[in-house]
Design a protein around this ligand. Structure first.
Ligand code: FAD
Ligand code: 2HG
Ligand code: ZN
Length: 472
């Protein structure tokens, strides 16, 4: 039966786009963190929305589960199949056409397999900005960004991927094509289907194309690193920038001493330019549409006020683009430094800004008391209240064994604290298979039941990414 089905896939896609040999399938079976590995009947590489629809119909009539996949950079194992070898991976990388850039409407219409960085570069050539930006932008894809509602470093000013999306094209679990490709900023016609599919991590439909917002490219960007002693001062600094710079503030990222020490261990060329390893290093970016002079002066005035108010103890303003890039590289390499160091426990959480100080002080103290020697690699998009509160094993211990023995207790500690502060256990990375049980435990019974009702209504056969996000 399986060979017959593979032949039918090949009849739709062409032989070379149905991968069945172990060697060809291998690159699609393990996630970026190497935390999840699965098996697949085949890896399917469609080129058109119609092909996707035909494949879904074939899978539905044969009761075969489909794992949608983009760049496979997600952190929660959402794009990795299970171990049965009966699921198929539907990787959308061949669907990488930009259908239209509409300058007057400030939108781009594009297919799900477009690589994020390629999109940024394409619109930049027309002096336009696609503001979604994250460390994986060289390999993650728009479909994956939409399916995970990715965040990144520009959320403070432009919002999450959800906020950047105006229209979607989706293949449903029945193999129908929903054309919701309107580039409208207002459309109150009943239930918002677009927002239902965004962030659903491939469990409700397969996103094949989208209409996304564009913005005018700023004339000038200024980037600075500043040192702060504590989170209370850091929040006061953020509020000062919000008050003085308002919408010109496009980045406000935090890195602790411990996370930058790990960075420097693995990437010595990325030493912190601030003197004396401050407790907190904050990367701030302002983007301006007036002039370079205007934004530089504004930055200097705000920094003077911050020094005068004892909010910061040191500051380095990037003097050119390459120095600004080096600040960003330092920030983005923390994830890579952690990967080099070995297995770690990721916590992608949001806390209301007014509770961040309490959360970090209390949780740090509890963590160090309960797990002596543990390294708290805490960094993130502080302007959004989003911490990557990652935990690394004490030096000299085997990270895999440490994680095995302590993972449950560490997550329980962090999530209890998150609940106490009315935060979220997943800020931007999603749920996938990693946090399936955590979602059930923390979403609230009514919300969780509603999510299951939606899943059952849209995918009653449970063939789209089963046992990810919610199990039915
Ligand atoms: P994949 O990993 O392939 O898939 C992710 C999920 O979406 C899976 O559940 C999959 O089934 C589903 N999916 C994929 N494509 C489709 C589709 N077309 N239709 C329906 N479902 C689909 N994330 C952030 O939010 N912010 C960050 O700052 C950030 N930084 C990162 C830095 C690094 C170095 C790395 C490795 C990852 C980072 N991520 C970040 C996580 C990741 O890059 C994002 O989640 C990204 O949006 C995933 O895109 P992808 O194409 O790789 O999706
Ligand atoms: C980032 O902000 C990413 O750099 C990765 O979301 C976070 O490594 C992490 O935990
Ligand atoms: Zn992040």
């Amino acid at each position: 039966m399986m060979q017959g089905l593979i032949d039918q896939f090949a009849a739709v896609l062409g032989n070379q786009y149905v991968l069945t040999e172990d060697q060809e399938k291998a690159p699609y079976l393990t996630d970026w963190r190497k935390r999840f590995t699965g098996k697949a009947l085949a890896v399917l590489l469609p080129k058109t929305t119609k092909e996707v629809a035909s494949i879904v119909k074939l899978c539905a009539s044969n009761n075969i589960a489909i794992i949608p996949q983009g760049g496979h950079t997600g952190f929660c194992g959402g794009a990795t199949p299970d171990n049965t070898g009966k699921q198929v991976i539907l990787n959308l990388k061949r669907m990488n056409q930009i259908r239209e850039i509409d300058v007057a409407n400030q939108t781009i219409t594009l297919e799900a397999g477009c690589i994020l960085q390629a999109v940024q570069e394409k619109v930049a050539a027309q002096d336009l900005l696609f503001p979604l930006s994250l460390g994986a932008e060289g390999s993650c894809m728009i479909g994956g960004n939409l399916a995970t509602n990715a965040g990144g470093t520009n959320v403070l000013r432009y919002g999450n991927t959800r906020d950047l999306c105006l229209g979607l094209e989706v293949v449903t679990a029945q193999g129908d094509i929903w054309n919701g490709m309107k580039g409208l900023r207002k459309d109150n016609t009943g239930y918002d289907l677009r927002d239902l599919f965004i962030g659903s991590e491939g469990t409700l439909g397969i996103i094949t194309a989208a209409v996304m917002k564009l913005y005018p490219m700023p004339i000038s960007q200024w980037t600075t690193l500043v040192a702060t002693d504590n989170i209370a001062a850091t929040i006061a600094l953020l509020n000062l920038f919000q008050k003085r710079a308002n919408s010109l503030l496009t980045g406000f990222e935090m890195m602790t001493q411990e996370s930058l020490a790990l960075n420097e261990k693995h990437f010595p060329q990325m030493a912190n330019p601030l003197k004396g390893n401050p407790p907190f290093t904050i990367l701030i970016e302002l983007s301006d549409h007036e002039s370079e002079e205007h934004v530089r002066q504004l930055l200097e005035v705000i920094l003077e006020e911050a020094f005068a108010g004892n909010l910061i103890s040191d500051a380095v303003i990037a003097s050119n683009l390459s120095q600004a890039n080096s600040f960003w590289h330092m920030r983005e390499h923390i994830t890579l430094a952690q990967a080099q160091e070995g297995a770690n426990l990721k916590n992608d959480i949001t806390i209301p800004l007014s509770s961040l100080d309490r959360f970090i002080n209390e949780t740090d103290a509890m963590m160090r008391a309960s797990f002596p020697g543990v390294r708290i690699i805490n960094f993130g998009h502080l302007g959004d209240g989003n911490l990557h509160y990652n935990i690394a094993a004490p030096l000299g211990t085997d990270p895999k064994i440490f994680n095995q023995n302590n993972e449950k207790a560490i997550y329980e500690l962090v999530y209890t604290q998150v609940e106490r502060c009315q935060g979220s256990i997943s800020a931007e990375h999603g749920i996938g298979q990693l946090k399936l049980d955590d979602l059930r435990a923390h979403k609230g019974v009514v919300a969780h039941e509603l999510m299951k009702t939606i899943k059952k209504a849209l995918d009653p056969q449970n063939i789209l990414n089963p046992h990810k996000v919610v199990s039915i």
